[in-house]
Design a protein around this ligand. Structure first.
Ligand SMILES: NC(=O)c1ccc[n+]([C@@H]2O[C@H](COP(=O)([O-])OP(=O)(O)OC[C@H]3O[C@@H](n4cnc5c(N)ncnc54)[C@H](OP(=O)(O)O)[C@@H]3O)[C@@H](O)[C@H]2O)c1
Length: 197
């Protein structure tokens, strides 16, 4: 039996990832910043296997996907014990609706997310593609659409890679969380839509 994945954020990216997971036999606990009742229609549209929960309940899953504005990660510090939890960070470090970006110094955006979630094993993924591209069939031209991953914990990356393969995409490991600078907003791989043949 496949895992239950927690998704925090039920907007464009959260719902798009949920559709791929549900299509491939995962169950999904999805949340936003409000009460689960506010997601009644969303989970009805997502269909069987999707449940609306609080962010704290979504964070109980073994793998938790953050599909929220980057600045919001700091609000999640105390909603669960993050120690050893696998967190997929799909965020980009925009800090305003007109796409101004946070000054990260020399850090990668997901390194800062990891600091907000003490002890978590953050893997950056699902952040490079516009959600309408991500929503398409990942099998194209006899290949699989690439999702870049980066992270400091190899076992976490293995589990995320397995999930990514199970939903039809091709994981490409860039290395450490710091190497994730390549895939974060404005990085060389941001928005690049590759097919692995
Ligand atoms: N859109 C894209 O094509 C795309 C592509 C790659 C990566 N990303 C990144 O993915 C993230 C989400 O983008 P999006 O386009 O999906 O945004 P969105 O459509 O605005 O959705 C954001 C979601 O996050 C929820 N949220 C906000 N603060 C929260 C909190 N503190 N706790 C729980 N839930 C919270 C919102 O819930 P409420 O409705 O309750 O506020 C909403 O469901 C961003 O970091 C973005 O940079 C986006």
């Amino acid at each position: 039996m496949k895992k239950t994945i927690g998704i925090i954020g039920a907007g464009n990216i959260g719902k798009t990832i949920a559709v791929h997971l549900l299509k491939n036999g995962y169950t999904v606990n999805i949340s936003n910043s409000k009460l689960p009742e506010s997601l009644k229609e969303t989970v009805a549209r997502l269909g069987e296997g999707a449940t609306a929960v609080t962010a704290a309940e979504a964070a109980e899953a073994d793998i938790v996907i953050l599909a929220i504005p980057w600045l919001q990660a700091k609000t999640l510090t105390n909603i669960t014990d993050w120690k050893n939890k696998i967190v997929i960070d799909a965020s980009n470090h925009y800090i305003s609706p007109d796409f101004q970006m946070a000054d990260l110094g020399n850090r990668a955006s997901s390194e800062i997310v990891q600091e907000h979630l003490p002890g978590s094993r953050v893997v950056k993924a699902f952040n490079t593609l516009y959600f309408k591209i991500l929503a398409g069939n990942p099998v194209e031209a006899n290949g699989h659409r690439v999702l870049f991953i980066s992270g400091d914990d190899n076992e976490a990356k293995e589990q995320v890679s397995e999930m990514i393969k199970n939903i039809g995409f091709a994981p490409v490991d860039l290395g450490s969380l710091s190497a994730g600078k390549l895939q974060q907003a404005k990085g060389a791989l941001a928005l690049q839509n590759f097919i692995k043949l």
